[in-house]
Design a binder for this molecule. Structure first.
Ligand SMILES: NC(=O)c1ccc[n+]([C@@H]2O[C@H](COP(=O)([O-])OP(=O)(O)OC[C@H]3O[C@@H](n4cnc5c(N)ncnc54)[C@H](OP(=O)(O)O)[C@@H]3O)[C@@H](O)[C@H]2O)c1
Length: 323
């Protein structure tokens, strides 16, 4: 098969397009022919070595495709079935194996590109709103990077729950996308962001600030959050947040802060099935529109990473294993 391989940590140039032996499914696993691959910000952290990986490795964890073989003991899914997944290591490839239980059935109405980029960002949005925090209808929340992959889906699910949404974006194109997703107010970043958020909330601040940008935004996220509110730091697109004096949470109004990851909110099979089912149903029914902003050939994975890291993408990014 053809795949992307990383043999040393570094910039996008370490993503090499290579020929590798076809994988075979072990007992309990399925083998999938990949139709589309979801590119996520975590793929760039792993490539750069921010999260150290065992080298060499095939990047990626998300995609959609068709089951071509199953290992011993697998009853479902069966060969020929369309599936999507968000936690199969080595997904930047034409073929990938994974434990059968991580595969999610894809409804006919959902395209390969959408299915390939729906689960990781969609289930993240799902647990951010119902897991790591619990905003209520009528609450106001702040969502950074509102036109990004997670940001667009998070905005739509929040709006469907009756929550008022304020987002941040870096340019007019992204502002238009964020508004289309339902954002009530769209702001630019800046040192006075918290003041502008407070002006939009009667001086109170937001119930929850969702911060996947990290180093550049965390101070404004804390300053924009209401007394007894929650800051959910879920990523580090601008770099990791430095060590933090917890006393700041007292001074800011008895805030809570959490640093969650998706894996902890889908480890239980029933919880995974609930979140994945809601995401796929939301897409099929039109409540959630996954905006696939960019598709690249698998061989162009380096370009995809360059553009994602340069803030040049909107919505989801996919790779297609075509020549
Ligand atoms: N913890 C979890 O469970 C979990 C799961 C999935 C994703 N995440 C995190 O969620 C965040 C969003 O992921 P995504 O895949 O959907 O990416 P994305 O939001 O599509 O891309 C990142 C966006 O962050 C904004 N940004 C602000 N400052 C930036 C900087 N210095 N460099 C790069 N981008 C910057 C950019 O939007 P603007 O140009 O509008 O600012 C950029 O488009 C990432 O931090 C990711 O690690 C966490």
């Amino acid at each position: 098969m053809r795949a992307i391989q990383v043999s040393r940590h570094g910039g996008p140039d370490v993503l090499e397009f290579v020929e590798l032996p076809d994988p075979t499914p072990k007992p309990g696993e399925i083998l999938v022919r990949v139709a589309a691959i979801g590119v996520n910000f975590i793929d760039t952290y792993q490539r750069a070595g921010i999260y150290a990986m065992q080298l060499p490795y095939i990047p990626g964890s998300e995609g959609a495709g068709v089951v071509v073989a199953v290992g011993d003991g697998v009853e479902s899914p069966s060969p020929g079935q369309r599936v999507a997944w968000c936690d199969a290591a080595g997904s930047y490839a034409e073929l990938v194996t994974m434990p059968a239980h991580v595969a999610v059935a894809v409804p006919d109405a959902v395209s390969d590109e959408v299915a390939a980029s729906a689960l990781l960002q969609g289930m993240t949005a799902h647990y951010l709103l119902d897991g790591s925090s619990h905003p209520k209808p009528g609450d106001t929340v702040l969502i950074h990077a509102g036109a990004g992959g997670v940001g667009l889906v998070l905005t739509q699910i929040a709006k469907a729950k009756g929550i008022r949404v304020i987002t941040t974006v870096s340019n007019d194109t992204k502002e238009a996308l964020s508004r289309d997703a339902g954002a009530d107010e769209v702001l630019r970043y800046g040192d006075d962001l918290a003041d502008r958020v407070r002006a939009l909330t009667g001086g109170v601040g937001v119930a929850v600030a969702y911060d996947g940008v990290g180093a550049d935004t965390i101070d404004q996220s804390i300053a924009a959050t209401a007394v007894r509110g929650t800051v959910v730091l879920f990523g580090a697109a601008s770099g990791p947040v430095p060590p933090f004096d917890l006393q700041r949470l007292n001074a800011a109004g008895s805030l809570s802060i959490t640093r969650p990851k998706l894996g902890d909110f889908i480890a239980d099979p029933n919880e995974r099935a609930w979140r994945a089912g809601d995401v796929m149903t939301g897409i099929s029914s039109g409540t959630v529109n996954v905006h696939v902003g960019h598709s690249y050939r698998l061989a162009e994975a380096g370009r995809a990473h360059t553009e994602l890291e340069a803030r040049a993408t909107t919505g989801s990014v996919v790779l297609l294993p075509i020549s």
